[in-house]
Design a protein around this ligand. Structure first.
Ligand SMILES: NC(=O)c1ccc[n+]([C@@H]2O[C@H](COP(=O)([O-])OP(=O)(O)OC[C@H]3O[C@@H](n4cnc5c(N)ncnc54)[C@H](O)[C@@H]3O)[C@@H](O)[C@H]2O)c1
Ligand SMILES: O=C(O)C(=O)C[C@]1(C(=O)O)C=C[C@@H](O)C=C1
Length: 362
């Protein structure tokens, strides 16, 4: 079904898709506004840094959101492919531009893999980036069956989990789960800019978790946020209300008045409890029933082979690891490995591990 694919934009997402498709046996043609990006992607085994000799089965537009519509128009005028998709993080504005430019909407099906990273460019790419990740599919009013089939084959080859959405519904969802969180990460990370070195050196995993995505490319994020500004602002409005209440409660706690202290503590507890409830809604992996995984935490020493030993023990116990997190800062004598496994496998795994470990149900 997917024998030949053109990827326009050989950055993090385009190259990751190309690597995955090439590994699946497709012939992938890579182009980029910056020829060096396509050459680098090709050197990484993602495909060929050339134009295809004739029309391909599918063209994937992995360019910034504002470039999607003009790139689609140009590709269709050139007869590049029989079907087209994109990976843009925002949909409604791109759809309006696609209509305005008079693109052929029958051969186009919008897409958005919900996986990525804070680093840009082909060197950050990974062929397994989309495994088990939701991949939003956003059709036009007249997307053809061939286009559906072709794009579904792309998602399947990349290991993604398709989720069909309309453009506005998609943009509302990503405002909540991606765009507002990005700004919150940036706002927190910005507090560190002029902090004392001594203070920043205390950073643990909590700060890293909260700020990781703040390292994303500002130019790409300006493009993304500009195309979804109103919806993201609505979420930040609600967040600002919560922030005001939190500040009030914290200031209240410094009062020597017992009644005020109790009221402030209650307000803070309510907020922290709401946070726990919201956090528990985030799926660890697509299709995993909520609360079905538990975390088995293992302390490992800073010696060669320690991690391998843990994985060997897990394998010997016949337990499947659903996800793994490693907190191991250089120079520390120990590191913490968190293994996510199904609830029924956790006791077996704890018995099998030769180091003392604790089970924390999440
Ligand atoms: N970074 C993420 O986490 C993430 C996740 C999912 C989707 N996306 C979406 O994927 C798309 C690409 O993002 P990325 O993270 O791969 O960015 P990137 O900067 O790593 O790669 C983009 C590439 O596109 C090239 N490019 C830009 N405009 C072009 C044009 N008009 N024609 C040809 N090449 C062009 C750039 O030179 C660059 O190599 C964006 O639409 C983004 O919204 C990003
Ligand atoms: O950095 C990551 O881990 C991401 O997955 C990035 C992320 C996200 O917010 O989830 C960022 C933008 C995209 O459009 C999709 C994915």
């Amino acid at each position: 079904m997917l024998r030949t694919v053109a990827v326009i934009g050989a950055g993090l997402i385009g190259t990751s898709i190309a690597q995955s498709l090439s590994a699946g046996g497709a012939t992938v043609y890579l182009t980029d506004r910056e020829p060096m990006a396509a050459l680098t992607a090709a050197a990484l085994g993602a495909g060929l840094a050339t134009q295809p000799p004739g029309p391909v089965d599918l063209a994937v537009l992995a360019v910034p959101p504002a470039d999607i519509a003009p790139t689609l128009k140009d590709a269709q005028l050139r007869g590049l492919a029989r079907a087209y998709t994109d990976v843009g993080s925002v949909k409604a504005q791109a759809f309006q531009a696609i209509e305005r430019l008079g693109c052929d909407t029958r051969t186009y099906l919008g897409g958005h893999p919900m996986a990525g990273g804070e680093r840009s460019g082909p060197l950050a790419a990974r062929p397994d980036l989309f495994e088990g990740r939701v991949w939003a599919l956003v059709p036009t009013t007249d997307t053809s069956q061939n286009t559906w089939d072709t794009v579904r084959a792309l998602v399947d080859l990349c290991g993604g989990v398709p989720l069909v959405m309309d453009p506005d519904g998609h943009d509302r969802a990503v405002a909540l789960v991606s765009h507002a969180p990005h700004l919150v990460a940036s706002l927190m990370a910005a507090r560190l800019e002029h902090a004392a070195d001594r203070e920043v050196s205390m950073a643990g995993q909590g700060l890293r978790d909260v700020t990781r995505i703040a390292a994303g490319d500002p130019a790409l994020w300006l493009d993304i946020l500009s195309a979804n500004a109103g919806t993201v602002a609505d979420i930040l409005d609600d967040l600002a209300d919560d922030l005001d209440r939190t500040i009030l409660a914290l200031r209240g706690l410094t009062d020597s008045n017992k009644a005020a202290d109790a009221e402030a503590a209650e307000a803070l507890t309510a907020l922290l409890t709401r946070g726990c409830a919201g956090h528990s809604r985030i799926p660890h992996k697509r299709d995993a029933p909520q609360g079905s995984y538990v975390t088995v935490s293992v302390l490992i020493g800073d010696q060669p082979g320690e991690l391998a030993r843990v994985f060997t023990d897990v394998g010997a116990a016949g337990v499947n690891i659903e996800d793994v997190f490693i907190d191991h800062a250089p120079g520390q004598v120990t590191g913490l490995v968190e293994l996510l496994v199904t609830a029924d496998a956790a006791p077996r795994l704890t018995r099998a591990l030769r180091m003392p470990s604790t089970i924390l149900t999440r």
